[in-house]
Design a protein around this ligand. Structure first.
Ligand code: ATP
Length: 244
């Protein structure tokens, strides 16, 4: 059970006519996108398509230039603080403190979110991501893959209803990827939703229930996953002009 309320009758994520410009450059050029509760949406797209920018807007890390965004039923313009309590975020930066141990990092974030039974929650997550043997080692001594597993645990510490994951598979070996798939499957229910970006069509499609393809700051395709990987590669090529 989440420690925060959500508006479960609406969408988990609702984006209307979203535009984000950096000076003259339009990174997002009118995004319309809905994510239902219970969905795991994987977003694909070539470098520079706008995937990270979209995720950062949803995570309240980047301000939109125009458009309407709601996350967990809260409007980004009015209720960014309410959104922040309801999201778990993995970005290209791990947001971990290098000199603190894995345990200390999780305790720090757990306290920040006022997580109850924090010790038990940390033990549960550390077991889920398979970091038991390194839990008291400083983060800087962990491999990139281990740091990524810890970043995933950090994002989950407060049991957020909405997960925003920017290339969460980065640095994960096959075993860790399988562990991550298990975590997603056991976490997501009708009161949770996930939006993730992925560079790998194969990996992203395996993890998700819906897919979207971005090209040039727009959603070029959005739909359920009712196609095999070779069809998905064709659709990706048609949308982006890039071969996966
Ligand atoms: P990648 O797969 O390489 O991570 P992406 O699809 O995530 O790419 P974004 O990182 O969202 O793409 O970038 C979209 C566009 O916006 C790119 O052209 C990028 O150069 C530009 N951009 C992103 N952040 C900034 C910024 N802070 N200032 C100026 N331009 C930016």
């Amino acid at each position: 059970m989440n420690g925060v309320d959500i508006q479960a009758d609406g969408y988990a994520i609702e984006v209307k006519r979203l535009i984000k410009s950096y000076g003259e450059h339009h990174a997002l050029r009118g995004i319309d996108l809905n994510v239902k509760w219970g969905d795991i949406l994987a977003i694909f797209g070539p470098n520079g398509a706008g995937k990270t920018t979209l995720l950062k807007v949803l995570a309240t890390l980047v301000k939109p230039s125009a458009g309407d965004v709601s996350v967990a039923g809260f409007n980004l313009k009015q209720d960014a603080i309410m959104i922040r309590r309801r999201i778990g975020v993995v970005t290209h930066q791990t947001l971990l403190y290098d000199d603190l141990s894995a345990y200390e990092n999780l305790r720090f974030y757990g306290k920040m979110y006022d997580v109850s039974n924090l010790r038990d929650r940390i033990s549960q997550l550390v077991a889920q991501v398979g970091l038991e043997s390194r839990i008291h080692d400083p983060v800087r001594t962990l491999s990139r893959g281990m740091q990524q597993r810890l970043a995933i645990a950090r994002a989950l510490i407060h049991d957020p209803p909405v997960l925003l994951l920017d290339e969460p598979g980065t640095g994960l070996d096959q075993h860790a990827s399988a562990m991550f798939a298990n975590i997603l499957n056991s976490t997501v229910n009708k009161q949770r939703a996930v939006l993730m970006t992925s560079h790998s069509l194969e990996q992203g499609a395996a993890l998700s229930s819906r897919i979207a393809i971005m090209a040039d700051g727009k959603i070029a395709y959005e739909g359920s996953k009712q196609m095999d990987i070779s069809n998905l590669r064709d659709v990706y090529y048609q949308c982006t002009g890039v071969k996966d």
